[in-house]
Design a protein around this ligand. Sequence first.
Ligand code: ITT
Length: 180
Amino acid sequence: MHKIHFATSNAHKLKEARNILDTVGYEVEHIDCDYPELQADDLETISAYGAQWCARKLDKPVMVDDSGIFIEALNGFPGPYSRYVEDHLGNRNVLKLMEGVANRKAVFMTVVGYCEPGCEPHTFTGEVEGNIAIEERGMNGFGYDPIFLYNDRTFGELQDHEKNRISHRGNAMRKFAGWL
Ligand code: ITT
């Protein structure tokens, strides 16, 4: 089975990547590579930079995953700042920001970055459209999953395999695997 080296500090992402890529014939090996998170307005730039940084440092092909949630009524916030907002505000405060807001549309996005040593990085984008829930629901998943409504269930209410089939990460990683 072909191996993909995945640099991430997030155990949930690692688990999802293993399940998603296993279904298309790839084995995921976790690598520790604490790459600097570039401050940029778009996930592609951050992801491409991270993949190239790790490929250079480790001298092997590396995949990274940069993800975020873009809320339409907040002009795409928190987007590339999703990690910071989760750490400092959390879902409860995001829901507060959305109190009384009728337009609850949101997009989850993952950009997979992949780079081989000495080469330019490639990026693969996956998205899923949904809505911000009124309250947190569900014990599955992680991060923003309990407040992201897809049809009538939050991602927090989906089983792992259901989320992976439709998720931003599933779409981005299957695109990457197809290219590979
Ligand atoms: P890395 O080491 O891979 O960068 P990270 O947790 O910092 O791990 P991101 O910057 O890509 O990853 O994540 C941005 C935020 O979005 C972070 O708070 C995640 O918990 C959250 N997030 C990412 N993917 C998610 C998903 O599928 N469901 C819910 N929340 C997600």
